[in-house]
Design a protein around this ligand. Structure first.
Ligand code: CDP
Length: 237
């Protein structure tokens, strides 16, 4: 303790309630129906959406709605020790919670028997990749024209050196006391994903949740700006 916050500032000079720099670009892939690229601190994430299209094999289809299938994948070169390619427990878990978070805003009943595939590729990882992945996937879904109640946005808060802070970087995630990633539907502040690693008192939890919602709302602004930029460019062409 006492290494991560000095004179009220964090190791990268951020205030407790400050996000890392975030850049979002919509529509970066030609082949995908929708796509987005996100740089978030040291994270680099690409999301590609395909569909809605017929789900095959047929016995996997749901006659009442589309299946939302998000696949989170870390490139083997995205982390310090080479990651063994392919799904592991962690990426299966993140794929599941991401699929559920995104499905809850998509009007899936409009596309019976279909699948919406969402590929999230982590090219560079520096903590907070599930939030960056959901943020990229949401922009890619909007770029693909998938009808949604809202465009989800995600952000984590946590606790380091006894203090509640926004958007943990790698060292804070590793040495800190808690990490609380969330995803919300920004219009209503409905929680679409909430996970917690570590320990928080109830008061700290409330404080961290409020901070993560504030962070997600700022991320939501950046997502909408990215989508507006993309459509402005299309209009000009
Ligand atoms: O990335 P996120 O914070 O959503 O998930 P995590 O499981 O809390 O992982 C935190 C960080 O640990 C990742 O962002 C990576 O930087 C790192 N990590 C790694 O170095 N090697 C792995 N196999 C998995 C994660």
């Amino acid at each position: 303790m006492g290494e991560l916050i000095k004179d009220g500032l964090r190791i990268d000079g951020r205030k407790p309630d400050e996000l890392r720099p975030i850049k979002i670009e919509a529509g970066v892939l030609y082949r995908a129906d929708g796509s987005a690229y996100v740089e978030w601190g040291g994270n680099k994430v690409l999301a590609a959406v395909y569909g809605p299209r017929e789900l095959l094999p047929k016995h996997m289809q749901d006659p009442t709605k589309a299946v939302v299938n998000a696949r989170y994948n870390m490139a083997s070169f995205s982390v310090e020790d080479r990651k063994r390619p392919g799904p592991d427990r962690r990426s299966i878990e993140i794929s599941k919670v991401t699929s559920e978070a995104l499905e809850s805003v998509i009007f899936t009943e409009l596309f019976p028997r279909a699948v919406i595939d969402i590929n999230i590729e982590i090219l560079d990882a520096e903590a907070g990749t599930r939030c960056a992945g959901i943020t990229a996937a949401a922009v890619a879904l909007a770029d693909a024209g998938i009808p949604m109640r809202d465009i989800p946005a995600a952000c984590a808060a946590g606790k380091v050196d006894g203090q509640v802070v926004l958007d943990l970087r790698k060292e804070e995630d590793q040495e800190g006391e808690a990490d609380l990633p969330i995803a919300i539907a920004p219009r209503t502040e409905e929680i679409l994903l909430l996970q917690m690693d570590g320990h928080l008192t109830y008061k700290e939890f409330e404080e961290a949740l409020e901070l993560a919602i504030k962070g997600s709302k700022y991320v939501s602004k950046l997502q909408k700006e990215a989508l507006r930029r993309k459509y402005k460019k299309v209009e000009e062409e």
